[in-house]
Design a protein around this ligand. Structure first.
Ligand code: PLP
Length: 397
């Protein structure tokens, strides 16, 4: 074939989430959207904060259209990068300057950029199961090998001894995603400290840098008093991949950033490699209008309480019916042990009750499904009788 085989294979590969989404649309046409309980997509159900709407309107009225829709510098508008670095500094007690911020099209672009900035062919990158499935695509496309570290049983925290067994002289980076998609787990400070101590030790042992890539699109979505350790404060060689997709409910606008820790080894060169990777991948000049929106809305927040109410309703109900669930402290996913050995078999059975969940084998942990509860609360309420019946059939108490 006269095209790129790898890209062809990737484009043709069946995506279970896309398949469920298509099925959901067809089924909604047949029986009505209110009768289909689709929990497959991580699309925010909470509206962006009012400040976002106001900022867009103001910008359209007050700024010249050519400036507003024109190119910014490749790494992003200076004032926007300054707002981002000031925001990080004030929240996490750091000293970043705009020279360490690169505006991107969301966390997906941030991850691709960071990986392409630091890995060379033959390097390995460790991810923690369960993991966002796109990591495999991003890591392999950057030329590295994906290595999966298995979690602690039940808590789904990072298993530090398993991680140790996965690190060798080829390890170039690890990706930490907390709050986690698909488990909803927030890694504790104790876990983070243990991971960072291990990385420091391994860097010394192998006489090389191991980068920590923090994938943080869900940082702001946490419940109760849970706090998410800011990794630059624990480990110098950290790059942060941030996104406003979930924190401001703007996934379609494609806006986020990469922050390079100025304290890391050769920080200036790493930032230049980030700029170079952005250039090579075509991720230059993140959407101009939304860069300006971020400048005006840097402290805005979505209504996290709505997600917390959904979490409480779903988690409490499913536990009561006998399902084994991982309690999510953040993000908007519930990770549930499939009552059948095969998560796909459970997915098929739930479908008969018009409930659409995602079997998680591709996330690196078999026998679990993911329920995205970023939906209208009514959908959860109306789905509960179906979940209850499924439990009565499948779970022996
Ligand atoms: N990382 C994780 C863990 C995600 O769940 C997602 C999206 O769902 C992304 C990255 C990509 O986010 P973005 O839409 O900002 O590119």
């Amino acid at each position: 074939m006269d095209i790129n085989e790898k890209s062809f294979a990737l484009g043709s590969k069946r995506s279970i989430i896309r398949e469920i989404f298509e099925y959901s649309k067809t089924r909604a046409g047949e029986i009505g959207a209110d009768k289909v309980f689709d929990f497959s997509l991580g699309n925010p159900s909470v509206e962006p904060p009012a400040e976002v709407d106001k900022a867009i309107k103001e910008l359209l009225l007050t700024e010249s259209a050519t400036a507003l829709h024109g190119y910014t510098s490749a790494q992003g508008d200076l004032a926007v990068r300054k707002a981002v670095s000031d925001n990080i500094n004030s929240r996490f007690n750091l000293n970043l300057t705009p020279d360490y911020i690169y505006m991107t099209c969301g966390a997906a672009a941030s991850l691709s950029i960071c990986l392409n900035a630091v890995v060379n062919k033959g390097d390995e990158c460790v991810v923690f199961a369960p993991f966002f499935t796109e990591y495999r695509v991003f890591v392999e496309n950057a030329g590295a090998k994906l290595i999966v570290s298995m979690p602690e049983e039940k808590t789904f925290q990072i298993n530090v001894s398993d991680l140790e067994s996965k690190i060798n002289e080829n390890t170039k980076a690890i990706i930490i995603n907390s709050p986690n998609n698909p488990s909803g787990v927030v890694y504790t400070e104790k876990t983070i400290k243990a991971v960072c101590e291990l990385l420091e030790r391994k860097q010394k042992e192998y006489g090389k840098v191991i980068y920590l890539i923090a994938d943080e699109p869900y940082r702001e979505l946490v419940y109760g008093n849970v706090s998410v350790p800011y990794l630059m404060n624990y480990y110098a060689n950290t790059l942060v991949c941030y996104s406003y997709s979930k924190s401001l409910s703007l996934p379609g606008e494609r806006i986020g950033y990469v922050a390079v820790n100025p304290q890391m080894q050769n920080a200036k060169n790493v930032y230049l490699a980030v700029c170079g990777a952005g250039r090579a991948l075509g991720y230059v000049c993140a959407p101009s209008l939304f860069q300006r929106v971020i400048l005006k809305c840097i402290n805005a927040k979505v209504n996290v309480e709505a997600y917390e109410q959904n979490r409480n309703l779903l988690y409490n109900s499913l536990c009561e019916y006998g399902y084994e669930c991982v309690k999510p402290d953040g993000a908007f996913y519930l990770f549930v042990k499939s009552p059948l050995e095969s998560a796909t078999a459970f997915y098929e059975m739930a479908k008969k009750f018009e409930i659409l969940v995602v079997p998680c084998d591709d996330f690196g942990v078999s026998g679990y499904v993911r329920i995205a509860y970023c939906v209208d609360k009514k959908r959860i309420e109306n789905s509960l009788p179906g979940f209850k019946k499924l439990a009565e059939i499948l779970i022996k108490k």
